[in-house]
Ligand binder design. Structure first.
Ligand SMILES: Cc1cc2nc3c(=O)[nH]c(=O)nc-3n(C[C@H](O)[C@H](O)[C@H](O)COP(=O)(O)OP(=O)(O)OC[C@H]3O[C@@H](n4cnc5c(N)ncnc54)[C@H](O)[C@@H]3O)c2cc1C
Length: 257
């Protein structure tokens, strides 16, 4: 029996899957208006083990805490970004990087219409409006970067660095005309082992004035280096930057059920 202060997680259904680039799979999910509205911009996804037709979903407590069932449940908690949310249409779109390992990447690789994905709350992207923006990330950050760019006023200036494997991993980005988008190709270097992103930030001079904001999301070590540079050389305070590791090389983001 379920305790009265626990509610079931929202479960979305895959409506369509598109291979956007060789390593990115876009999953269109449908659900109730409320579930879609709550699923982003960043979203806690509950990923059933591939082939598990009867996952034991957790519940959500009143304070938002996820309450797991006892024993094996076949569900893993991961963080993703809703690239597009349309609550009225009951649709949310997420882009999954297929890195070949891990429950979420495996689920996305196998997902087809009718597959289920749980969602349990979301959060903000961490960006703030500013006259000059630096956005730096790898392919896991592209959904967030495209949302931040879409919301940026047309007069925004700045620079966008995106690290991807190569030209066929680039995606169209619609940016204000005063923002320069630079794609960084790591070629044969495995993801998480390149220093391209941190080097690109290190090669950038700090713009004058304080109306600026830096947003960085990628593999944790690259983010750490860029964050130290932005805090040290650029002297950015906490309100002027958001630099978060989106994944860790060689480590799962959380245990799996
Ligand atoms: C707020 C937030 C938003 C995010 N949004 C997105 C998003 O929209 N799309 C997206 O694809 N990811 C996104 N991520 C990153 C995603 O949560 C991680 O990549 C996560 O580790 C994937 O889970 P998994 O179950 O596939 O792999 P895990 O079980 O976590 O890890 C298994 C193995 O895969 C490796 N690994 C994990 N991610 C990658 C990667 N990208 N490339 C290469 N190796 C990897 C790990 O080092 C580990 O060795 C986001 C992360 C955060 C914190």
């Amino acid at each position: 029996m379920t305790a009265p202060d626990l509610r079931p997680v929202d479960v979305l259904t895959v409506a369509a899957v598109t291979q956007v680039t060789p390593s990115v799979r876009r999953v269109l999910l449908s659900g109730t208006e409320a579930a879609v509205a709550a699923a982003g911009p960043t979203v806690n996804v509950l990923v059933p083990r591939v082939g598990d037709l009867a996952p034991r979903w957790p519940h959500v407590a009143r304070d938002g805490r996820i309450v797991w069932p006892d024993g094996a449940h076949g569900v893993s908690l991961r963080s993703y970004t809703a690239r597009r949310q349309d609550p009225a249409a009951g649709e949310v779109e997420m882009d999954f990087v297929l890195h070949g390992d891990g429950p979420a990447a495996a689920w996305a690789g196998a997902a087809e219409a009718g597959a289920l994905l749980g969602v349990a709350g979301g959060g903000a992207l961490g960006d703030r409006p500013a006259g000059w923006l630096l956005l730096a990330g790898d392919e896991t950050a592209l959904p967030a970067i495209s949302r931040i760019l879409a919301a940026a006023p047309a007069i925004t200036t700045g620079v966008v660095f995106v690290e991807v494997a190569g030209p066929d991993e680039e995606q169209p980005l619609s940016a204000p005309s005063g923002m320069t988008v630079r794609w960084l190709h790591r070629g044969g270097t495995p993801p998480g082992e390149s220093t391209l992103l941190a080097d690109a930030v290190a090669g950038l001079d700090r713009p004058t004035g304080d109306d600026l904001f830096a947003w960085v999301a990628a593999e944790s070590a690259a983010v750490r280096t860029a964050r130290a540079d932005l805090r040290g050389r650029w002297g950015l305070g906490r309100a002027q930057h958001h630099a978060i590791g989106y994944w860790r090389r060689g480590r799962a983001m959380a245990p799996s059920g």
